[in-house]
Design a protein around this ligand. Sequence first.
Ligand code: IPE
Ligand code: IPE
Ligand code: MG
Length: 246
Amino acid sequence: MFKPKAVKSPAAMPRHVAIVMDGNGRWAKKRFLPRLAGHRQGYESLRRMVELCLQRGIAVLTVFAFSSENWKRPVEEVSGLMDLLVKGLMREVPKLGEQGVRMEFPGERQGLSELVRSSLEQARAQTAHNDKLVLNICFNYGGRWDIVQAAQQLALRGEAITEDSLSGALSLAHVPDPDLVIRTGGEQRISNFLLWQSAYSEFFFSDKLWPDFDAAEFDRALACYAGRERRFGLISEQLAASSDAA
Ligand code: IPE
Ligand code: IPE
Ligand code: MG
């Protein structure tokens, strides 16, 4: 399992950034547009964010695109989101592949249509060899689902449940825990995102609606992160001593 090192470096860049991309509906409503227009604009914002992460040398970007609870939304919105995912992947995967992006889709497959499942599988297979940026698109994902499915896997295999074994069975076992979790849209809650993995993440809440989240606001989040002291339960003096020794 990935073990975080307790360090404070003023120039520290997060290796793994996770984002709750919230505020698409309100963005559309402000413009008297249908909610789906907001989701389309949100998709553009995600494209921009991938470029920014590649430029800034961030190794992992994890985004929350559809939660286990989002099924309860109006049926046209749910089907519009599925359509946006399938068409977006068709359009983007070749270019993302060229840019060295590996795509993964943490989330429950059950409940997704055959078309959505096969699009996810194809995108994953076509980009599996890439290593510049891991892009995790959490789709039909919930932090509680993830912990339960991991525990079920271990129980089925008759394995002991420890922090390491459970971490290894989670849907984000292929990446270290997020260093920085950003939520846009002004709400300050986790909404069933990375419940286990965000145990020691730094949080940044932005009032910008996701379609308006741009390079300047991302850099503000990164600057804010760089100024934080991550203590992982220790005290400041211990961190200073361990960085002197390093
Ligand atoms: C986030 O934007 C995207 C998804 C949940 C799919 P919202 O659709 O939640 O936007 P608001 O919160 O209603 O503005
Ligand atoms: C969280 O946003 C889920 C995604 C961004 C995909 P929601 O808009 O669904 O969260 P709540 O309902 O405001 O907590
Ligand atoms: Mg929302």
